[in-house]
Write a protein that binds this ligand. Structure first.
Ligand SMILES: [Zn+2]
Length: 240
């Protein structure tokens, strides 16, 4: 499988960039993993929105689903024949319902019991720790395993969810100094590195980068726990 970074900032973007969005592809399947604000524009460098097999949203915060509200116009004006399914947590219910649009978008709920098979990819969901229901998303295809953290606080169970992943794409919105000041709902870069180390992952990529911070601070903090890590960048491609 191939993962292309479309957007890697949160909870809002710097100039000319966008929030969370990752294109997951193999020969027959193209899945959009999160569809934050601005992602649709970058997606079009690679394929058209009506060529997607599915959209999977980790949680219903606008930096992860905001462009679904624009995607619906593209599908409608293209006269897409079949609805595109948007898989997402069912809460908050009003936001979940808003993901449906005429015959063009269909929202399907996911939770920790959901097992999707889309093309050759098997997709499962692990509850994260966040202010709304949010899930780590695990994608396996053959021997390969990819895990995307969505947004989460630290919890000791996260290491098991990412165990032996070939690639762990993990949010690192904070630094340790933010946690000491009481910041909540996200991981520090150090915690992202700790989870990667505890889970024995092969490769760690840090994402959900805070737009006002020197990204060098983020990567250096994570490297103290997991030396072989790097920052997500728009247009980065990872082949597993
Ligand atoms: Zn976020």
């Amino acid at each position: 499988m191939k993962i292309t970074v479309l957007g890697c900032y949160g909870p809002y973007p710097p100039a000319g960039q966008c929030c969370s969005g990752y294109l997951l592809q193999d020969q027959e399947t193209a899945i959009l993993l999160d569809c934050g604000n601005g992602v649709l524009s970058r997606l079009r460098y690679y394929l058209e929105p009506w060529e997607l097999s599915a959209v999977i949203v980790s949680h219903l915060h606008a930096d992860h689903y905001g462009d679904v509200a624009i995607l619906k116009y593209a599908l409608m004006l293209h006269q897409q024949a079949e609805p595109l399914t948007v898989y997402a947590p069912a809460e908050p219910q009003d936001i979940f319902s808003s993901l449906n649009y005429k015959t063009f978008l269909k929202a399907e709920p996911v939770n920790e019991t959901t097992e999707l098979k889309i093309g050759r990819m098997q997709i499962s969901f692990t509850p994260a720790v966040h202010s709304v229901p949010s899930y780590l998303i695990t994608v396996t295809a053959g021997e390969k395993k990819f895990v995307y953290s969505g947004d989460t606080e630290y919890s000791p169970f996260l290491a098991a969810a990412v165990a032996k992943a070939d690639l762990f794409l993990c949010e690192a919105n904070f630094l340790e100094e933010d946690l000491k000041k009481g910041a909540q709902n996200h991981l520090s870069a150090g915690q992202a590195g700790q989870i990667a180390r505890e889970g024995g992952v092969k490769r760690l990529v840090l994402t959900h980068l805070f737009p006002e911070r020197d990204p060098g601070l983020t990567v250096r903090e994570a490297q103290k726990e997991f030396p072989d890590c790097e920052l997500a960048q728009p247009s980065s491609v990872y082949e597993l």
